[in-house]
Design a protein around this ligand. Structure first.
Ligand code: GAL
Length: 644
């Protein structure tokens, strides 16, 4: 698969006379893909049943004949105004019971049957008309499921769907009562009819109830997406993809990805850095115009797993965005660095968002590759440079990693439902370990929670996995490499109850979880070796022989039985580095302590270095300017063909 660049384009925003010139300039810049149509429903069908698609025929023809391959987005994220008149109850309802209004986008409830039928209808029309069109080289379903917090809806349609889903899962209401422990606070139900959604309760609802609702809501997204996939596949052989978001965990992307051929995600490094509340101001200041050095890579690795090896960046930030708390411009070079980093992690396509900045509406402050007056914005030149460099680079896939981390969406929901300490986040716990491994120079694969073969890895890290699937249990039983579990792994059954033996219920771990504490930021727990536990501490009762590390006051901090390790707490960066470094050494892997801001990733033929720092870095004879990318052939590890 040849790696390539692309761009997101909205022909409906510009007079038709501009299209051909736009297409020519895209091709001149070295772009080969263009995504269109995902928000254009009001122009495709201005009134119910009155289709106007001639303009789309024209746009496709103009872009396609210029040599561009088209990703066609189904427009279901933006139902037109008339749709609300036809289905007034299709709007999603927030946790306070208020319907979310028309006037932006994603104003629909995934469970609404009438809206699902409307989506099936428009997708069928488009798939029939364009399914065999030679210019349509991929389809995107909808746009960013879950964006603007749209997965959880407390509508009537969702309520009905949830009752049916629970009836199917539990078969009898007695089974549900038992599984959830509804005897507590007299919450027992006499029939599924009595089952409510877990919002607007006086105090918190039962965690099992909330967890079931999260699972149901996720399965509604999967079903909604599957409906479109089935129709598209009847009429087109082009691959199907969806554009997921960064740090978006409200539905199970692994499940959704099963129906698609390619995963893609929308990468806005500067917006993500500013909006992440758990980074301190020093970190934000240091990486203000570059983005966090691990955040993009994490998602590249995650979506490579979601796409079962095939993945893209569908939207790449080109300049300031409009939606973060503050919106700064990237350092010169970052629009190039971000693209190269994606390619080093195995992306097939990196597509910038968007071609030309719109002078109107919500995103008028959002940069494009062109300014609103059509002059080139800074990222256009950087995109052209990447395109030229791509032409010179061998087409090697990303390297097989030796280290893996298991990521599980339901575990993120579980710890949102029951954080127990206000800053506990399953995502953040896992991300901290990912960062620790990257700071030690590792290439990492992210694995789904049902991974069945771990044999490619020397080390597998499993933080915060609240319950283990049978598949993973079997894979771990057969696995010969090193495992690091915890904290908070294997501590619940799937219905959110403490297991009979208290847990942690993990292959190879014989300790008992006597009790857990959450730790406020001002009270970290000192370890005997350098570093602290923060946020979380599990009191593990274990054979003293298995205690590999203790807290400063002598409690088990890290257990070891053979190749299996189990952490009792959330290690701060110092402890995390130290523990991971020891483990890498035991597993026979070489750790490279990366300078602050520098990260590396290997393909099968090259090692790439990315300088996220705001100044130049000299490291092991390599000189890499701020926002610079450097690559060298793996065949001759010392002769860096500098490309900074
Ligand atoms: C994405 C979205 C795009 C655009 C972009 C702005 O979340 O898919 O349509 O809104 O953000 O950064």
């Amino acid at each position: 698969m040849k790696r390539a660049l692309g761009v997101c384009y909205y022909p409906e925003h510009w007079p038709q006379e501009m299209w051909a010139e736009d297409a020519r300039r895209m091709v001149d810049a070295g772009l080969s893909w263009v995504r269109i149509a995902e928000f254009a429903w009001s122009r495709m069908e201005p009134e119910p049943g009155r289709l106007e698609l001639d303009w789309l025929d024209q746009a496709i023809d103009t872009l396609g004949s210029a040599g561009l391959k088209i990703v066609f987005g189904t427009p279901t994220a933006t139902p037109p105004r008339w749709m609300i008149d036809r289905h007034p109850d299709m709007l999603a309802v927030d946790a306070n019971g208020t319907p979310r209004k028309f006037g932006s986008r994603r104003h629909y409830c995934f469970s609404h049957k009438g809206y699902q039928e409307e989506c099936a209808r428009i997708v069928e029309v488009l798939a029939r008309r364009y399914g065999a069109n030679p210019h349509i080289a991929a389809w995107q379903t909808d746009n960013e499921y879950g964006c603007h917090e749209t997965v959880l809806s407390y509508s009537k349609a969702a309520h009905e769907g949830f009752r049916n889903w629970c009836a199917q899962q539990y078969q009898s209401v007695d089974a549900l009562n038992r599984a959830w422990g509804n005897v507590f606070w007299s919450m027992e139900l006499a029939s599924f009819e009595e089952l409510e959604l877990p919002n607007q309760t006086v105090t918190e609802a039962n965690p099992a109830h909330r967890m079931a609702f999260r699972r149901f809501a996720s399965s509604e997204v999967v079903r909604f997406n599957r409906l479109q996939c089935r129709i598209l596949r009847q009429h087109s052989r082009a691959p199907l993809l969806h554009n997921y978001m960064g740090q978006s965990t409200s539905f199970d992307h692994f499940e959704c990805g099963q129906d698609l051929d390619i995963a893609s995600w929308d990468s806005y490094p500067l917006g993500f850095l500013i909006n992440r509340t758990d980074y301190d101001d020093d970190h934000k200041k240091r990486y203000l115009r570059q983005g966090d050095p691990d955040f993009q890579a994490f998602h590249h690795d995650l979506y490579r797993a979601v796409g079962r090896g095939r993945w893209w960046v569908m939207e790449q930030q080109p300049g300031p965005v409009n939606w973060a708390q503050w919106n700064v411009a990237p350092l010169p070079g970052m629009a190039r660095l971000w693209a190269w980093e994606a390619f080093a992690h195995g992306a097939e396509v990196v597509s910038y968002f968007r071609w030309r900045q719109a002078p109107f509406a919500q995103e008028q402050m959002h940069a494009g590759l062109l300014r609103p007056d059509s002059a080139a914005a800074p990222a256009l030149g950087e995109a052209a440079q990447v395109a030229a460099e791509l032409a010179e680079m061998p087409d090697a896939g990303t390297a097989q990693a030796k280290v893996a981390i298991v990521f599980d969406y339901p575990s993120v929901w579980a710890w949102e439902v029951q954080p127990q300490g206000q800053d506990f986040s399953g995502f953040k716990l896992l991300f901290d370990m990912y960062r620790g491994l990257r700071a030690l120079g590792q290439d990492i694969d992210i694995l789904p929670p049902d991974a069945s073969d771990l044999s490619a890895y020397e080390l597998v890290v499993i933080p915060g996995l609240f319950t283990l699937s049978d598949g993973l249990r079997a894979a771990l039983a057969a696995y010969k490499g090193y495992v690091l579990h915890g904290p908070r792994s294997g501590v619940r059954n799937k219905d959110f109850c403490i297991p009979a033996g208290l847990g942690p219920d993990l292959p190879g771990v014989t300790a008992t979880l006597a009790r857990s504490e959450s730790l406020p930021p001002f009270a970290p727990m000192k370890l005997a070796a350098p570093g602290n536990f923060v946020k979380w501490f599990d009191h593990l009762e274990a054979d003293p022989q298995q205690v590999a590390e203790a807290t400063a006051d002598g409690q088990p901090a890290l257990l070891r039985a053979g190749n299996v390790y189990c952490l009792a707490g959330w290690p701060d960066p110092e402890a995390c580095q130290r523990i991971l470094k020891n483990l890498l050494a035991e597993a026979g892997l070489e750790a490279a302590e990366m300078p602050e801001g520098l990260r590396q990733r290997s393909t099968q033929s090259h090692r790439f270095f990315f300088n996220y720092a705001d100044g130049p870095i000299e490291w092991q004879g390599r000189s890499i300017p701020a926002a610079g990318v450097y690559w060298q052939s793996l065949a001759d590890d010392r002769s860096g063909s500098a490309n900074a």
